[in-house]
Design a protein. Sequence first.
Length: 117
Amino acid sequence: MWQNKTRPNKTAKVPYAYTPSEDGPLVLVPDPEMVRWVEDAMDSLDQGHSSRRVAAWLVEKTNQKISHQRIINTSKKNSSRAFQSLINSPSAAPNLSRNCSDTKPLRLQLQNSIIIH
């Protein structure tokens, strides 16, 4: 679920997959077409594709530049939200779809601690 964002001034950088709102230049709304491509890119990362390969594919599909590091950061940001929901709600564990390989052991530890206790 992508939320609207605000930026401090109209010259501040617009995040990837967002566009300024018609109501005001400080309000940023998710671009549905871009969101679809970014979600597909995150799924590709989950399937084990490299961040460089995913970034190149995303640039090809959207015609907007993005680095492989930004792909990694986006993936980590999404996985930290998923972990927060896992901590707050044990029933959310099966619904985790965004995680990067270096955080999987933590996810398993959290799941095991929830199951054991």
